[in-house]
Design a protein around this ligand. Structure first.
Ligand code: FES
Ligand code: CO
Length: 321
């Protein structure tokens, strides 16, 4: 699982980390998050080196995380700084925690299991003409690759999202292209007929779709409805691989819609994703089969490109060979 560690993983909404420790699970490992004395977010294994207790059940005192069992305290660098049963004892390095760096981007905290782990790009973030907000997190009983593949799939709109993103009278897909990029690939030339493409659309319209896969667990969708001049949606999907069969999902929306309230935009995206969720949770096997076990058709071009990309990237978590 070395490839998976070379990417930063989204773990929590940044404002959700306050004075209390928070437990998260990433790539099957339990971690505790807290803020140190300087307010810097910190991550460490959620397991006290003394007797294996979950540190996330403890509390944070002056930026140090305190174990709930015997009160040992650890500073932001993971050093054990206090053993209350032995006030004169100076704990050696072996009594400390191995910490990981967290960064903040797109309103989320990202875990860097390795120093050079990289964040997925989302260029719309820097565009002042677009309004940004997050939708999620959703806890989904599906592997992360199943969720990304669903995000790239155009042929399900008329069935899963009937009356919203699709219609049974318009299920035929145009040809579209996929091309590799440095970080993943792009699928362009896609078009979908959508009765209600976004919150502001008032009639059905053809909508241009462009997908960019920016890491094994993230993708950006750009939607341009033909009937709403100047309207643009860019939706980044960020998936945290919690374990092989569970994921935490966010949508980072960047849109030209400055009229709707946050609640209205979230309600629209929530409707769409909760249509996808039962389908995703029903898929078997839960891990995405990369080479065999499922049949394909020419309309699955983006899915084929995604599976090839995962194979070539050496991903082994949440997939079957
Ligand atoms: Fe954590 Fe003893 S188990 S202090
Ligand atoms: Co869908």
């Amino acid at each position: 699982m070395t490839t998976e560690r070379r990417f930063a993983h989204p773990v929590l909404d940044a404002p959700a980390l306050g004075d209390a420790p928070v437990a998260v699970r990433v790539l099957g490992d339990d971690l505790v998050l807290w803020r140190d004395a300087a307010g810097t977010p910190r991550a460490a294994p959620d397991r006290c080196p003394h007797r294996g207790t979950r540190l996330s059940l403890g509390r944070v005192c002056e930026g140090q995380i305190e174990c709930p069992y015997h009160g040992w305290r650890f500073d932001g660098a993971g050093r054990c700084v206090s053993v209350p049963a032995l006030p004169a004892f100076v704990p050696p390095d072996s009594h400390g925690l191995a910490t990981h760096r967290l960064s903040e981007a797109h309103g989320l905290l990202w875990l860097h299991l390795e120093a050079e782990a990289r964040l997925p790009s989302f260029t719309a973030e820097a565009d002042p003409k677009l309004r940004k907000l997050n939708v999620g997190p959703y806890e989904v009983a599906a592997s992360a690759p199943r969720i990304v593949e669903n995000f790239l799939d155009l042929a399900h709109f008329g069935f899963v999202h009937e009356g919203w993103l699709g219609d049974r009278a318009h299920t035929v897909l145009d040809d579209y292209r996929t091309e590799p990029t440095a970080a993943g690939f792009v699928a362009s030339g896609c078009r979908a007929w959508q009765p209600q493409s976004n919150r502001l659309s008032s009639e059905g319209s053809w909508v241009d779709y462009r997908y960019e896969v920016t890491s094994p667990w993230s993708a950006v969708l750009t939607k341009l409805p033909e009937k709403q001049d100047g309207y643009r949606d860019e939706i980044a999907l960020f998936v945290c691989p919690v374990d092989e069969e569970h994921s935490r999902v966010w949508f980072r929306m960047a849109l030209t819609d400055f009229d709707s309230s946050d609640e209205q935009i979230r309600a629209f995206q929530h409707t769409i994703f909760t249509q996808d969720q039962p389908v995703l949770e029903s898929q078997r096997p839960k891990r995405l089969p990369l080479s065999s076990g499922e049949v394909h058709c020419a309309a699955d071009r983006s899915s084929a490109a995604y599976r090839r990309f995962l194979r070539e990237s050496g991903i082994t978590f949440g997939v079957l060979p």
